[in-house]
Design a protein around this ligand. Structure first.
Ligand code: BGC
Length: 462
């Protein structure tokens, strides 16, 4: 390769990284949205004098919207294209945030949260799809991890911003201010090219080749990649048909759905949505509640690096075993401390530390790994359908967990609720043993071959 050609390739690599980073920012929106509500609920409750039941709806309306958004986004990403779907997501995100900030009644807040949810449902399906389609092979894995990292950073930033606004108790600013990153994201999206795969699907060959050339720089690579995509497109997505007709495909869809239910039933979002309330229950004042919540966010970001560093070295299953065990331990101890009663500062602090231990357990394992496994186990022809099914499940289970936490605390008991989630995490050790395959270092084609020849799910990896 001569010098000019090498410069062009280097330039287009930089462009590909830029484009992927921009798209991964959808994860940041996702995180801001998840994180922003926890700090606001107690102030909302004060202003509108609403019950815990209504608070549960204000929290969980977002997940309901996200389930609807995720369900419709497969169709939308095909009809409108990936870029325009992401743009629609960003517009809804900005609209939902502003509506939250100006909400004049609890009902408007629930509506606004549903709109925000639609935005995130669309983004949580479309962004990973877009990333997988435009990222060059050598950074594809890193880009998927980057996306999960962005989610945790978004949550952390929202926790910090909530903490800053908590001194004035201004929940309207807490919820409204995330419109600003939303607008920046929307503006950034104009710089994204449409996905070459979608353009080829639509018969817009010249534009597709042009985009590929911008992102890869080398005409030879472009020619090969376009031929690969053509080949894949000759095997169209059969989703629903395949699901009805092929029992092996039903197994992988079922596993994806189960994995997402398991991820949510670890109890992670109980902490993400209600952390200040949990710290209040441990006897802390508002300022301490907010700062500890920020500590939860930071721990969540940092522990994600454990997964990024070790997932391809240790494999998926050992990390999941470790994660579920750590989560069970953390929640079990928190429940026990609550059962015995918290009376000294030492006991208070131990409860906080054990809650952080739980977060480490999640962020190093089920957080990133469930998303990775859900895309690895699906056969090529049914991949979009399979991922849509598991993403939708993530939001439905998320909704149920968010809505039932406060009633569980009131009806079942504080200690008992934490023990319940601890027990579920113990159960998930068995689930991992019995059903989860080890996909480390195995190509997707190998997994597909084993799945389709009827091999037990836990053996479709290595
Ligand atoms: C989960 C979200 C959760 C987040 C926390 C994601 O993997 O799907 O429900 O809020 O992790 O970091």
């Amino acid at each position: 390769m001569n010098e000019t050609a090498a410069t062009i390739v280097a330039h287009s690599r930089a462009k590909a990284v830029f484009v992927c980073t921009l798209a991964a920012l959808a994860g940041l929106m996702f995180g801001l949205d998840v994180g922003v509500i926890s700090g606001a609920t107690q102030f909302i409750q004060k202003e509108f004098a609403v019950s815990d039941y209504i608070i549960g709806w204000i929290v969980s309306g977002m997940m309901l919207g996200a389930a609807i958004g995720a369900a419709g986004s497969g169709w939308m990403a095909a009809a409108l294209g990936r870029k325009r779907s992401l743009m629609l997501g960003a517009v809804l995100f900005v609209a939902g945030s502003l509506l939250c900030g100006f909400a004049w009644s609890p009902e408007t807040l629930v509506m606004a949260r549903i709109v925000l949810g639609l935005a995130i449902g669309i983004a949580s399906f479309t962004a990973p799809l877009y990333l997988a389609e435009v990222a060059p092979e050598y950074i594809r894995g890193a880009m998927v991890s980057l996306y999960q990292l962005m989610i945790t950073i978004g949550i952390f930033v929202a926790f910090l911003s909530d903490t800053a606004f908590s001194y004035s108790g201004n929940w309207r600013w807490m919820l409204g201010v995330i419109a600003i990153p939303g607008i920046l994201f929307l503006v950034g999206l104009f710089a994204l090219p449409e996905s070459p795969r979608w353009l080829l699907m639509r018969g817009r060959r010249d534009t597709a080749l042009d985009v590929l050339l911008q992102l890869r720089g080398d005409p030879e690579i472009v020619r090969r990649e376009a031929a690969d995509i053509d080949e894949q497109l000759r095997r169209p997505q059969h989703g629903w048909h395949m699901f009805l007709e092929n029992s092996n495909f039903r197994r992988s869809v079922g596993l994806g759905v189960l994995l997402q239910i398991v991820q949510q039933l670890t109890g992670i979002n109980v902490v993400m949505y209600y952390a200040p309330r949990i710290f209040q229950g441990m006897g802390y004042d508002v300022a301490a509640q907010m700062w500890f919540t920020a500590a939860v966010g930071l721990t969540n970001v940092l522990a994600t690096f454990i997964a990024i560093a070790f997932v391809d070295r240790w494999g998926r299953k050992p990390i999941l075993y470790a994660g579920f065990a750590v989560m069970a331990l953390g929640l079990g101890v928190v429940g026990t401390i609550m059962h015995l009663g918290i009376s000294t500062p030492d006991q208070q602090l131990l409860a906080v530390v054990m809650l952080l231990v739980f977060i480490v357990g999640f962020a190093m394992s089920a957080g990133p790994l469930v998303w990775a496994l859900c895309s690895e186990i699906q056969p090529l022809n049914g991949r979009e359908f399979g991922i849509a099914a598991s993403t939708l499940t993530n939001w439905v289970a998320n909704f149920v967990v968010g809505l039932t936490f406060l009633p569980l605390l009131a009806g079942f008991g504080r200690a008992e609720t934490f023990w319940l989630y601890a027990a579920l995490n113990v159960l998930f050790l068995l689930f991992t043993y019995a059903l989860v395959p080890e996909t480390k270092g195995v190509t997707l084609e190998q997994i597909e071959r084993k799945l389709m020849s009827g091999v037990r799910l836990r053996d479709i990896g290595r």
